[in-house]
Ligand binder design. Structure first.
Ligand SMILES: *Cc1c(COP(=O)(O)O)cnc(C)c1O
Length: 396
């Protein structure tokens, strides 16, 4: 018999010791036990286009993707990704050497960090972070260096001087998310140009998480960092079908990058899932080729939902940071006489029958995020209306 580990040594290793279960599990469980409306986790409550679903069914029936697809992804999807990047952004990528299909953006982020970082490398990322970033940086042995987005005139903004100061001789990589979850901030052309200049000057790699590229509102524009001078050869661009086509369960994501970078990401990726989502890859290839009217209508629908929820939250007494992109509205609970978002979110299902997520869990500087709470608006209009009606009881 082999002995179990000694009682003094924790089973969970040191790299992951700080990561418990995600807040989403706790909040979704609360939603179930209280019957509250779940505006916590960011998934749509209606599925994406019928013809895309049918394309997946057809692939399954025709025996396409039921066995291991090619490691880099099926050629149809790699071609569709390259075509999308060119048509939309003028970025030209070779589907054979510069496109990689992954198990969602989540695996792409993990593989990029695992493939590109040495232990001790510093990664500068915008705080609040998407929840997998900190854990993936830790698994790769990196050190995260947060640059905090701060509220300014109704939106969360990046302080470019703070970003410059965060870069040291140990910085290997910037991990950038725009449109940004959870704040809804979309970095402007000027901000992106300054980030690009910094990356070139300090010889940094950049990993960009662009999963909300099609969800930008108020006429704003999503501009991939890879389009700026000197950036194509140092940027790993990541996106995914989940948010763009409302199929978050399919887990089809992709990476575009110059060959040497893509090889590093692929090397890590092939030992994570190797491949995933075979038949769905064919369906997503068709989705990416949908006419422009799909993307326009989807954006308009989500913008209307943003407006509905943002207005309702303001009427309910929240401070509202109006998002320019994504699925989410970040609110400030201080106008309600509250200051601790975590306690507030734990009590909200009982008090108002709604579940939200405290932004503090996405910060290293918890106090900077304490008064902010995130609500998702990727839900059916009647669901949002009922949530707003319930939240208005808070104003008393
Ligand atoms: C949802 C989300 C992801 C994960 O995308 P998947 O394709 O579902 O893995 C990554 N980054 C951000 C910012 C997200 O909101």
């Amino acid at each position: 018999m082999t002995s179990m580990s000694s009682s003094t040594r924790p089973l969970l290793n040191r790299r992951l010791a700080e990561f418990g279960t995600t807040i989403f599990a706790e909040m979704s469980a609360l939603a179930v036990t209280t019957g509250a409306i779940n505006l916590g986790q960011g998934f749509p409550d209606t599925d994406g286009p019928e013809e895309v679903r049918e394309a997946a069914v057809r692939a399954l029936r025709d025996g396409r993707g039921n066995q291991y697809p090619p490691g880099p992804g099926v050629p149809e999807l790699r071609a569709a990704v390259a075509e999308h990047q060119f048509r939309r952004y003028g970025l030209s990528y070779d589907p054979d050497t510069e496109v990689l299909v992954t198990a969602g953006a989540t695996e792409a982020i993990a593989a990029a960090l695992l493939g590109l970082l040495e232990p001790g490398d510093e990664v500068v990322a915008l705080e609040p972070y998407y929840d997998s970033y900190a854990a993936c940086i830790a698994m790769a042995g990196g050190t995260r260096v947060p640059v905090t987005l701060r509220p300014h005139e109704g939106a969360f903004r990046l302080d470019l001087d703070e970003l410059r100061d965060a870069v040291t001789d140990r910085t290997r990589l910037l991990l950038l998310n725009t449109p940004h979850n959870p704040t809804g901030t979309v970095l402007s052309r000027e901000e992106l140009a300054a980030i690009a200049e910094l990356a070139v000057e300090r010889d940094l790699l950049v990993v960009t998480d662009e999963v909300y590229e099609h969800l930008v509102f108020d006429g704003a524009e999503h501009i991939p960092l890879a389009t700026f001078p000197g950036m194509r050869e140092r940027t790993v661009s990541i996106s995914s079908a989940g948010k763009t086509f409302s199929f978050t369960g399919w887990k089809v994501g992709w990476v575009t990058a110059a060959p040497a970078l893509l090889t590093a990401v692929r090397t890590a990726k092939q030992y994570l899932t190797y491949v995933a989502s075979g038949p769905f890859q064919y369906a997503v290839a068709e989705a990416l080729a949908l006419p422009e009217s799909y993307f326009t209508a989807y954006r308009a629908d989500m913008e209307a939902k943003r407006d509905l929820l943002a207005a309702g939250l303001a009427e309910a007494g929240f401070g509202v940071h109006r998002p320019t992109g994504t699925y989410f509205v970040t609110t400030d609970i201080r106008p309600l006489g509250e200051r601790d978002g975590i306690a507030f979110c734990r009590s909200l299902p009982e008090r108002a029958g709604v579940v939200a997520v405290p932004n503090a869990v996405f910060y290293d500087h918890r106090e900077a995020g304490a008064p902010f709470v995130r609500f998702a608006f990727c839900k059916r209009t009647p669901v949002l209306e009922e949530a707003v009606r319930r939240l208005k009881t808070l104003a008393g």
